[in-house]
Write a protein that binds this ligand. Structure first.
Ligand code: F3S
Length: 62
């Protein structure tokens, strides 16, 4: 499973790197991006929590 942040939707609230720092970070534009190509083993629930925590639904796990 690959975590993806839609850069057009992200408003830079910073919740996802706070919820799942192993998967997300903020870039120089103040938007979040996925730092991994695959959700780390055993962190599927955390990925789902990040998806549900984003206020603008910018995160998907494909
Ligand atoms: Fe952006 Fe949503 Fe993360 S607004 S910073 S993708 S929680």
């Amino acid at each position: 499973m690959k975590p993806v942040v839609d850069q057009d939707l992200c408003i830079g609230c910073g919740v996802c790197p706070s919820v799942a720092p192993s998967m997300f970070d903020m870039n120089d534009d103040g938007k979040a991006y996925a730092i991994v190509d695959e959700v780390p083993a055993g962190e599927e629930d955390l990925a789902e929590e990040a998806v549900e925590s984003c206020p603008v639904a910018a995160i998907t796990v494909e």
